[in-house]
Design a protein around this ligand. Structure first.
Ligand code: 5GP
Length: 191
């Protein structure tokens, strides 16, 4: 997506070989016009896949997931990070371990919002090693729903997440795919 690539080139900050900061338009301040275009572009790719819900992990995925859900005309569901104080039979949970960050967190979803009638599109801001997306997949499957695909705003294609997920037969679609990056230069994959 040219608009997004141009924005990454002009405002993205490569912190080190692995981390790109996009705080001025995605992660801290949000550009609503760009976010609408991101949602439309993700929805366009998945529009014939029978998506009933768009799910994301809080919090950075919420903006693109919402605009995508709006374009598809389906609800958006947030996989919540804070552990539920009132454990009840409606809730499914899974632990996501980030080996890169050395942290773990619990993800929770209610069967009221995702269940066996759902075909779910997962949307997130970044795809790197695929740990977050794998946790989201596991939780949605625990809730007996099926997976329509994974929509990503920025994929760092030099990290293994895309190949790991695509090898499972999942449609992984990213709007900007970074081939390599350093402090002065960001190269995108050709379409
Ligand atoms: P993964 O689980 O695929 O390794 O990482 C995905 C999650 O880590 C994303 O939800 C995102 O929040 C965060 N993340 C990974 N790489 C980057 C990055 O280069 N920049 C930012 N801002 N977040 C990242």
């Amino acid at each position: 997506m040219k608009l997004l690539e141009d924005k990454i080139r002009s405002e993205g900050i490569v912190v080190n070989d692995n981390i790109l900061k996009v705080d001025s338009f995605i992660n801290h301040q949000v550009d609503p016009v760009l976010m609408m275009e991101i949602g439309k572009a993700l929805a366009e790719h998945f529009k014939d896949k029978g998506v009933t819900k768009v799910a994301t992990i809080e919090s950075s995925g919420i903006a693109p997931a919402l605009t995508c859900a709006m374009s598809l005309g389906v609800p958006m569901v947030i996989l919540k990070k804070q552990p539920s104080k009132t454990l009840n039979s409606d809730l499914y949970q899974t632990i996501v371990t980030s080996y890169t960050k050395g942290t773990s967190y619990e993800l929770t979803i209610s069967s009221k919002y995702v269940n066996e009638n759902d075909h779910v599109l997962i949307v997130d801001d970044f795809l790197a090693n695929g740990e977050a997306a794998t946790g989201a997949l596991r939780l949605i499957r625990k809730a007996h729903a099926t997976i329509a695909g994974i929509g990503i705003v920025i994929e760092k294609s030099f990290q293994p997440g895309h190949d790991k997920l695509a090898a499972q037969g999942i449609d992984v679609y990213a709007l900007a795919r970074i081939k390599k990056m350093d402090k002065d230069y960001i190269e995108f994959m050709e379409d």
